[in-house]
Write a protein that binds this ligand. Structure first.
Ligand code: OXD
Ligand code: MN
Length: 593
């Protein structure tokens, strides 16, 4: 390992050691030998199970406490000096009070344990977009997962030794005590403290905590955007590559869209899809006035249930080696894993263990084998559709930004905003039916602007203003769209086939980004923006009853009057919002009359 010479780093690690009181300290250099030894320790102590070496080489199984299986938004805190900086959508605690609440919980929390120090980079090490974090943890699961999700070890230490700044990330699983679980962000101090959880979203501090909550705060200060967005590349048959960034709330198919496989006729025509990111994008304005994006992560932390060769074969293939599976069902016959929706022809194991670790054979219809939010943590480099641009960390120019949610009735299949400000309005009004990715009721509609409600590290009124200001600085901003793959018919079945067929919708969006647009004449202008007519969409080989197709390509004014009423209530939460958004809301209300 390279010797650490950055004094700020050494001082902080010493300070943590003094109150955590670990039995020893291990710096993570990221070497193969070191990681292999840690894996062996995880197996020896029972923290992880090594899976079938032939079928799933390098793969491990990990299980969390049943009360600790999802992000815990109620226990996620933005701790600033003044409440106004956290805004009405975050749990705010005065920062000194939060330190005082958590310090006693951390006191001696690592007694008898090893304290691991993980230097990591979000973004390709040393690239223009990259930022560094150091995570201190007592969890082997965190060490091994951070190795997948970020770039760790010596190359990062080399950057720190050159004087690079870093985010101080402290985690202890402590007693995994749900009553004393806290995930606290101190953006004024570049600090994150997480205690009493062992679930990925709460403890892999590079992801939601740094790359989004602290990232969004830094982005506002420094003039860039940290967003809950996938990034994908669409290569046309003529070889031209276009890039799309898309924001959806958790468990709305982001990973599937990022890795989509084109429908047969488009594949035969020569369309190709490459994946750059599935969850987070950092976006900066380039010298040419366009918006450029990187994926700061190095792996995928995807929802396992429902992942199969039809829904997302690329994700399935990605998980076949060097992957950690959390809270899935184990198949004891061949030491592999299983989850609901894995494959029609792969039945539930007759000799299995459910996500609680209890014997399970798929016969107890009421119980699930895998937790609905069970996950795979898999290296991005495994992904068959990974883009070469992912590795350079250089940033790709974004043509279209797509917002989307899970709405059974209101939002049309796709709608293009009128301009950047209107697009920001479209993002600010996003709402979705909740899923299992966070604790709480599933299927309840909640406003989730830009899919950032749980992840924006500051006042959302200021966040919208930052978006408006970013638009003003771009001479060639991306066009903004809203999509909804989740409209249902009278029988409650999805109308749009989704998955690979979503490419048809993206292609329409990209045609709208051409100058001049190649699709204008087949578009309907509505109070919400531009919706394609059915002639404008490629519907080859798709069979949707005429009335259902019409219903997802029109705007139901009565439903939208109710949406506007809900939106007004939502906006009322904020003591300040950009004038541009109030104006757009007013215009929408008038147009619906
Ligand atoms: C995730 C989430 O895990 O959004 O990506 O919850
Ligand atoms: Mn996410």
């Amino acid at each position: 390992m390279i010797e650490v010479t950055n004094k700020k780093v050494l001082d902080w690690v010493n300070e943590c050691k003094d109150f955590l009181k670990p039995k020893d300290i291990q710096w993570i250099d990221g070497s193969h030998a070191q990681l292999e030894a840690i894996r062996q320790l995880a197996v020896d102590t029972g923290e992880m199970v090594r899976l079938n070496e032939e079928k799933l080489p390098g793969c491990y199984y990990y299980k969390t406490d049943p009360k600790d299986t999802a992000r815990d938004e109620k226990r996620t805190v933005i701790a600033t000096t003044y409440e106004k900086d956290a805004g009405p959508t975050n749990n705010w605690v005065q920062k000194d009070e939060m330190y005082a609440r958590m310090k006693p919980l951390f006191e001696g929390a690592m007694e008898g344990r090893t304290m691991y120090v993980i230097p990591y980079s979000m973004g390709a090490v040393g690239s223009d977009f990259a930022k560094i974090g150091i995570e201190i943890t007592d969890s082997i699961y965190v060490v091994l997962s951070m190795n997948i999700m970020t770039r760790i070890g010596d190359p990062v230490i080399a950057q720190l030794n050159k004087g690079a700044d870093f985010i101080k990330c402290l985690h202890s699983k402590a007693k995994v005590d749900a009553e004393n679980k806290w995930i606290a962000h101190f953006p004024e101090d570049n600090t994150i403290w997480s205690i009493n959880s062992a679930y990925g979203g709460n403890v892999l501090l590079g992801k939601k905590c740094f790359a989004l909550r602290i990232g969004s705060w830094l982005g506002r200060k420094e003039g860039w955007l940290a967003e809950h967005m996938l990034i994908l590349c669409i290569e046309a048959p003529n070889g031209v590559k276009k890039y799309v960034a898309a924001a959806f709330p958790s468990a709305c198919g982001k990973t599937n869209l990022a890795m989509l496989i084109p429908p047969k006729h488009l594949k035969d025509a020569g369309y190709k899809i490459y994946t750059i990111g599935d969850d987070i994008a950092w976006l900066r304005i380039g010298d040419d006035g366009r918006l450029y994006a990187v994926n700061p992560e190095n792996g995928f932390f995807g929802v396992a249930p429902g992942t199969n060769s039809k829904s997302n074969n690329n994700a399935l293939m990605t998980t076949k080696k060097n992957t950690i599976y959390t809270n899935v069902c184990r198949n004891l016959d061949d030491n592999t894993v299983w989850w609901e929706g894995l494959e029609k022809d792969i039945p539930a194991p007759t000799n299995g263990l459910d996500w609680h670790g209890n014997p399970w054979n798929g016969q107890t219809a009421k119980e699930r084998g895998a937790h609905p939010n069970s996950r795979f943590t898999a290296p991005a480099e495994n992904c068959p559709s990974i883009a070469p641009e992912f590795f350079t960390g250089k940033g790709v120019p974004i043509s279209a930004i797509i917002f989307g949610g899970r709405r059974a009735k209101s939002e049309p299949l796709i709608c293009q905003s009128k301009n950047w400000e209107h697009g920001v309005f479209i993002g600010s009004k996003m709402s979705s039916e909740t899923t299992a990715a966070a604790n709480g009721a599933v299927g309840v509609v909640r406003h989730d602007p830009m899919a950032m409600l749980p992840f924006c590290g500051y006042h959302m009124g200021d966040y919208f203003q930052h978006w408006i200001d970013m638009g003003k600085k771009m001479t060639n901003p991306p066009k903004i769209f809203n999509v909804n793959w989740f409209r249902t018919n009278k029988a409650g079945k999805f109308i749009w086939p989704g998955f690979g067929d979503n490419l048809r919708v993206l292609l329409w969006a990209l045609s709208r980004c051409e100058e001049p647009s190649t699709a204008t004449e087949t578009t309907t202008e509505t109070p919400l923006g531009f919706i394609p007519t059915k002639e404008a969409l490629d519907l080859t080989d798709i069979n949707i009853p005429e009335d259902e197709l019409n219903s997802i390509l029109t705007l139901d004014k009565e439903i939208w009057k109710e949406e506007v009423a809900g939106l007004k209530q939502w906006y009322d939460k904020f003591d300040h919002l950009p004038d541009e958004l109030i104006e757009e809301l007013h215009k929408l209300e008038e147009a619906l009359k």
